[in-house]
Design a protein around this ligand. Structure first.
Ligand code: CTP
Length: 450
């Protein structure tokens, strides 16, 4: 049996792809197609792919031309696949002429004629939609967000707003943005989508207003400090047919997502424990808002959604209880919080410090091994799966582009452009669960002061 293998992204599957697959199939008896994984595409700088890997696999399968579909995950995989599947012919479109000659050492390389006049890039351009984003709140995070939005093709920051017009002007000038809104309402009026980067206590009201006006919203984390409010906001987004995402940057980052899929695939067995920490040791002058009781300051509100993310993603939203132990400062704001979250078959803990420093790593303990993500795990480009037999340990490396906001922006615009209401990377249910934890803390339930 003659085996043929070919690779591609197969975004917005078109006639060129179908012709290529037909020609590849005709070269032998059995056709294997490697479809690039989303993370792999992002690493290669392909940030604008419209269909996710599942949709692209379904489309390739639906052609009826393919005998086996595999996922292409890493550079260098082609040689591994050719040897593993005992491939006779590697086929690829003529746009790659010469680029894969190095595979001649392992099998025959055939460049097939490319269909003229069509490509995924062309189709994306034809249906090109630019999401005009208005940025509300011009603090530290918004100043990072705006340059990051420039690397995401379909995103364009059109206008900014800050209650301090001087700050808004400075940010607008620095980033070449011509429009400054005079009010939040005016900003919403001007844009298709709003990025809310104002202090925590504004999030609920501003998100609600923007959703009511039919705008898509990307809201900084924490979306809400109350579970019912978060639930109400997602219901409103659903009713209005718009996208609401919580901007928890770790949730959208490539390494973190791959870690979650590997652990969910059982590579370390059943998860029985998770420990995650985040801490910052900044001076009190730098942490004015973050430590202000009037602005919902404190380590849990400020950073709690980061350690809650791996816990909720891996253990779910149905925890039995959560106890929180905090050291409060003289203003009644937690500078250190430790939480213990109990599940039916697992337990997790987290530590948060604002003015207290601790090791900021993430450890997921399983019945067959554990995942170790070194500090700062929330923006990692590297993690390890470790086992009793150290020879089985595996290290995983990824690309992380500082400050890492491009991944959430990409997911946000991709949801809008592709009419996807939710992101599996941080679902409404998971986001609501985080808000319920914040609420429990606010109500001082199961709370112990140190
Ligand atoms: N292909 C083809 N004819 C086209 C477009 C693609 O034969 N008009 C082939 C490519 O050469 C490759 C396979 O289809 O072997 C998958 O290519 P892919 O990169 O997914 O498709 P493109 O349309 O080229 O995507 P993009 O525009 O994003 O590069």
């Amino acid at each position: 049996m003659k085996k043929v293998i070919t690779y591609g992204t197969y975004d917005l599957l078109h006639q060129g792809h179908i012709n290529l697959l037909r020609r590849a199939k005709e070269l032998g008896d059995y056709l294997i197609v490697g479809v690039t994984n989303d993370n792999f595409d992002r690493e290669r700088g392909k940030l604008n792919v419209r269909n996710n890997v599942i949709e692209r696999i379904d489309a390739v399968r639906a052609t009826g031309l393919v005998d086996q579909i595999i996922i292409e995950d890493y550079a260098g995989q082609k040689i591994d696949d050719i040897l593993k599947y005992d491939v006779d012919i590697f086929a690829i479109g003529s746009d790659w002429l010469g680029k894969f000659d190095y595979l001649n050492e392992f099998c025959q390389v055939v460049y097939l004629p490319r269909t003229e006049g069509i490509s995924s890039t062309m189709l994306r351009a034809e249906s090109d939609m630019t999401v005009n984003i208005g940025v509300a709140g011009c603090g530290r995070i918004a100043r990072r967000f705006i340059p990051e939005s420039k690397v995401v093709t379909a995103a364009s920051v059109q206008a900014v707003y800050d209650q301090n017009a001087e700050v808004a002007r400075e940010v607008a000038e620095k980033n070449g943005i011509e429009t400054m809104a005079e009010s939040f309402e005016q900003l919403v009026e001007m844009c298709d989508a709003v990025y809310i980067a104002t202090p925590h206590l504004c999030h609920y009201h501003q998100t609600k207003y923007a959703l009511q006006q039919g705008r898509h919203v990307l809201c900084e984390t924490p979306l809400a400090l109350n579970g019912d409010q978060a639930e109400e906001l997602y219901a409103l987004a659903e009713q209005k047919g718009v996208v609401l995402l919580e901007a928890n940057k770790t949730a959208y980052c490539p390494a973190f997502n791959h870690l979650i899929t590997l652990v969910k695939s059982g590579l370390i067995g059943d998860v029985v424990g998770i420990d995650a920490s985040v801490s910052k040791l900044w001076s009190e002058e730098e942490l004015v808002r973050e430590l202000d009781p009037e602005q919902a300051g404190g380590s849990l509100y400020e950073m709690g959604s980061y350690p809650l993310l791996p816990i909720i993603k891996l253990l779910g939203t149905d925890h039995r209880n959560i106890n929180i132990y905090s050291r409060m400062n003289e203003n009644g704001v937690d500078v250190y919080s430790r939480g213990i979250m109990l599940y039916d078959n697992a337990v997790s803990s987290f530590q948060l410090g604002l003015g207290v420093k601790t090791e900021g790593n993430l450890i997921v303990s399983g019945t067959q091994g554990y995942a170790y993500v070194p500090s700062p795990w929330w923006k990692t480009d590297y993690f390890e799966l470790r086992y009793e037999d150290q020879n089985k340990n595996k290290k995983y490396f990824y690309k992380w582009d500082e400050p890492g906001l491009r991944y959430e922006i990409q997911e946000f615009v991709s949801c809008i452009v592709n009419n996807r209401r939710y992101s599996s990377r941080l679902t409404p249910k998971e986001s609501i669960c985080m808000a319920r934890v914040m609420q429990q803390f606010g109500e001082r339930k199961n709370f112990y002061q140190l």
